[in-house]
Design a protein around this ligand. Structure first.
Ligand SMILES: CC(C)(COP(=O)(O)OP(=O)(O)OC[C@H]1O[C@@H](n2cnc3c(N)ncnc32)[C@H](O)[C@@H]1OP(=O)(O)O)[C@@H](O)C(=O)NCCC(=O)NCCS
Length: 151
Protein backbone atom coordinates (compact mmCIF):
# COMPACT_ATOMS: atom_id res chain seq x y z
CA UNK A 1 0.00 0.00 0.00
CA UNK A 2 1.26 3.47 -0.80
CA UNK A 3 1.40 5.54 2.39
CA UNK A 4 2.23 9.21 2.84
CA UNK A 5 2.96 10.94 6.14
CA UNK A 6 2.33 14.59 6.97
CA UNK A 7 1.97 16.83 10.03
CA UNK A 8 -1.43 16.47 11.70
CA UNK A 9 -3.91 19.34 11.59
CA UNK A 10 -7.00 20.11 13.64
CA UNK A 11 -9.07 18.37 10.94
CA UNK A 12 -7.42 15.09 12.03
CA UNK A 13 -8.45 15.30 15.70
CA UNK A 14 -11.56 13.09 15.33
CA UNK A 15 -9.73 10.36 13.41
CA UNK A 16 -6.84 10.36 15.91
CA UNK A 17 -9.21 10.26 18.92
CA UNK A 18 -11.16 7.34 17.39
CA UNK A 19 -8.01 5.31 16.67
CA UNK A 20 -6.52 6.17 20.08
CA UNK A 21 -9.55 4.58 21.77
CA UNK A 22 -9.37 1.50 19.52
CA UNK A 23 -5.63 0.99 19.79
CA UNK A 24 -4.81 1.67 23.46
CA UNK A 25 -6.17 0.37 26.76
CA UNK A 26 -5.21 3.70 28.38
CA UNK A 27 -6.30 6.23 25.73
CA UNK A 28 -5.26 9.85 26.01
CA UNK A 29 -8.07 12.35 26.54
CA UNK A 30 -9.64 14.30 23.69
CA UNK A 31 -8.34 17.50 25.31
CA UNK A 32 -4.75 16.28 25.40
CA UNK A 33 -4.90 15.08 21.79
CA UNK A 34 -6.55 18.32 20.67
CA UNK A 35 -3.91 20.41 22.47
CA UNK A 36 -1.07 18.41 20.95
CA UNK A 37 -2.41 18.48 17.40
CA UNK A 38 -3.07 22.21 17.74
CA UNK A 39 0.63 22.73 18.44
CA UNK A 40 0.26 23.86 22.06
CA UNK A 41 2.92 21.41 23.31
CA UNK A 42 6.10 22.91 21.86
CA UNK A 43 8.33 19.81 21.93
CA UNK A 44 5.66 17.46 20.60
CA UNK A 45 4.82 16.65 16.98
CA UNK A 46 1.82 14.74 15.69
CA UNK A 47 2.14 12.95 12.36
CA UNK A 48 -0.65 11.37 10.32
CA UNK A 49 -0.40 8.59 7.74
CA UNK A 50 -2.72 8.47 4.75
CA UNK A 51 -3.32 5.97 1.98
CA UNK A 52 -5.58 6.41 -1.05
CA UNK A 53 -8.53 5.75 1.24
CA UNK A 54 -7.58 8.46 3.75
CA UNK A 55 -6.39 8.35 7.38
CA UNK A 56 -4.67 5.07 8.35
CA UNK A 57 -2.55 5.95 11.38
CA UNK A 58 -0.69 8.46 13.50
CA UNK A 59 2.43 8.88 15.60
CA UNK A 60 3.44 11.28 18.35
CA UNK A 61 7.05 12.17 19.06
CA UNK A 62 8.60 14.63 21.48
CA UNK A 63 12.16 15.82 21.17
CA UNK A 64 14.25 17.32 23.98
CA UNK A 65 17.87 17.97 23.06
CA UNK A 66 19.56 14.66 22.16
CA UNK A 67 16.66 12.40 23.16
CA UNK A 68 13.47 11.80 21.21
CA UNK A 69 10.56 9.90 22.72
CA UNK A 70 8.07 8.02 20.58
CA UNK A 71 4.95 8.55 22.68
CA UNK A 72 2.35 6.99 20.40
CA UNK A 73 2.19 5.04 17.17
CA UNK A 74 -0.93 3.31 15.89
CA UNK A 75 -2.29 1.91 12.64
CA UNK A 76 -5.98 1.50 11.86
CA UNK A 77 -6.81 -2.20 12.30
CA UNK A 78 -7.78 -2.73 8.64
CA UNK A 79 -4.45 -1.27 7.46
CA UNK A 80 -2.09 -3.23 9.73
CA UNK A 81 0.82 -5.20 8.24
CA UNK A 82 0.86 -2.95 5.18
CA UNK A 83 3.80 -0.73 6.16
CA UNK A 84 1.90 2.15 7.78
CA UNK A 85 3.83 2.12 11.08
CA UNK A 86 7.06 1.67 9.14
CA UNK A 87 6.29 4.86 7.18
CA UNK A 88 5.31 6.72 10.35
CA UNK A 89 8.49 5.63 12.13
CA UNK A 90 10.61 6.81 9.18
CA UNK A 91 8.98 10.24 9.46
CA UNK A 92 9.48 10.27 13.24
CA UNK A 93 13.16 9.43 12.76
CA UNK A 94 13.56 12.15 10.12
CA UNK A 95 11.95 14.73 12.43
CA UNK A 96 14.11 13.64 15.40
CA UNK A 97 17.25 13.82 13.24
CA UNK A 98 16.31 17.31 11.99
CA UNK A 99 16.13 18.50 15.61
CA UNK A 100 19.48 16.95 16.47
CA UNK A 101 18.27 13.99 18.54
CA UNK A 102 20.63 11.03 18.73
CA UNK A 103 18.53 8.45 20.57
CA UNK A 104 14.90 7.42 20.19
CA UNK A 105 13.23 5.90 23.27
CA UNK A 106 9.82 4.44 23.98
CA UNK A 107 7.89 2.37 26.51
CA UNK A 108 5.80 -0.62 25.51
CA UNK A 109 3.65 -3.06 27.46
CA UNK A 110 5.45 -6.37 27.86
CA UNK A 111 2.32 -8.17 26.55
CA UNK A 112 2.14 -6.11 23.33
CA UNK A 113 3.48 -8.74 20.95
CA UNK A 114 2.62 -6.80 17.78
CA UNK A 115 4.50 -3.71 18.94
CA UNK A 116 7.46 -5.72 20.23
CA UNK A 117 7.63 -7.48 16.84
CA UNK A 118 7.48 -4.17 15.03
CA UNK A 119 10.11 -2.45 17.19
CA UNK A 120 12.44 -5.46 17.13
CA UNK A 121 12.49 -5.29 13.35
CA UNK A 122 13.06 -1.54 13.43
CA UNK A 123 16.33 -1.66 15.33
CA UNK A 124 15.13 -1.10 18.90
CA UNK A 125 16.74 -2.94 21.81
CA UNK A 126 15.59 -3.28 25.42
CA UNK A 127 17.44 -0.97 27.82
CA UNK A 128 15.25 -1.17 30.95
CA UNK A 129 12.10 -2.59 32.51
CA UNK A 130 9.58 -0.73 34.66
CA UNK A 131 7.80 -3.27 36.86
CA UNK A 132 4.02 -2.78 37.25
CA UNK A 133 4.25 0.45 35.28
CA UNK A 134 0.75 0.28 33.81
CA UNK A 135 -2.47 0.65 35.78
CA UNK A 136 -3.35 -3.04 35.39
CA UNK A 137 0.05 -4.10 36.79
CA UNK A 138 1.71 -4.92 33.47
CA UNK A 139 5.44 -4.17 33.17
CA UNK A 140 6.76 -1.60 30.72
CA UNK A 141 9.71 -2.47 28.52
CA UNK A 142 11.90 0.52 27.65
CA UNK A 143 13.34 0.29 24.14
CA UNK A 144 15.94 2.45 22.48
CA UNK A 145 17.60 2.84 19.09
CA UNK A 146 19.96 5.30 17.52
CA UNK A 147 18.15 7.91 15.43
CA UNK A 148 20.67 7.47 12.63
CA UNK A 149 21.37 3.84 11.91
CA UNK A 150 23.64 2.25 9.37
CA UNK A 151 21.55 1.15 6.35
C1 LIG B 1 2.27 -2.09 16.46
C2 LIG B 1 1.60 -1.45 15.24
C3 LIG B 1 1.76 0.08 15.35
C4 LIG B 1 2.29 -1.96 13.96
O1 LIG B 1 1.74 -1.23 12.86
P1 LIG B 1 1.70 -1.80 11.36
O2 LIG B 1 1.33 -0.65 10.49
O3 LIG B 1 0.87 -3.01 11.29
O4 LIG B 1 3.24 -2.20 11.13
P2 LIG B 1 3.97 -2.45 9.72
O5 LIG B 1 2.98 -2.92 8.70
O6 LIG B 1 4.78 -1.25 9.37
O7 LIG B 1 4.91 -3.68 10.14
C5 LIG B 1 6.31 -3.72 9.86
C6 LIG B 1 6.88 -4.97 10.46
O8 LIG B 1 6.71 -4.98 11.90
C7 LIG B 1 6.48 -6.33 12.35
N1 LIG B 1 5.12 -6.48 12.86
C8 LIG B 1 4.08 -5.65 12.71
N2 LIG B 1 2.97 -6.13 13.32
C9 LIG B 1 3.35 -7.31 13.86
C10 LIG B 1 2.65 -8.29 14.60
N3 LIG B 1 1.32 -8.17 14.89
N4 LIG B 1 3.33 -9.39 15.02
C11 LIG B 1 4.64 -9.54 14.74
N5 LIG B 1 5.37 -8.64 14.00
C12 LIG B 1 4.71 -7.54 13.58
C13 LIG B 1 6.65 -7.21 11.10
O9 LIG B 1 8.02 -7.54 10.98
C14 LIG B 1 6.21 -6.26 9.99
O10 LIG B 1 6.70 -6.62 8.71
P3 LIG B 1 5.87 -7.69 7.82
O11 LIG B 1 4.42 -7.28 7.86
O12 LIG B 1 6.48 -7.55 6.46
O13 LIG B 1 6.09 -9.02 8.48
C15 LIG B 1 0.09 -1.84 15.16
O14 LIG B 1 -0.07 -3.24 15.40
C16 LIG B 1 -0.82 -1.07 16.13
O15 LIG B 1 -1.34 -0.02 15.80
N6 LIG B 1 -1.02 -1.63 17.34
C17 LIG B 1 -1.88 -0.97 18.34
C18 LIG B 1 -1.20 0.28 18.92
C19 LIG B 1 0.12 -0.07 19.60
O16 LIG B 1 0.25 -1.06 20.30
N7 LIG B 1 1.12 0.82 19.39
C20 LIG B 1 2.44 0.66 19.98
C21 LIG B 1 2.39 1.11 21.39
S1 LIG B 1 4.00 1.07 22.18
Amino acid sequence: MSVSVRAATVDDVTAVVDLEVLAFVDPWSVNLLDEGISGLLPTTRYLVAESAGGFVGYAVVSVAQDVAELQRIATAPAARRTGVATALLAAVVAHAADLGAERLLLEVREDNDAALGFYGGAGFAEVARRPRYYRDGTDAVVLERFVRMAP
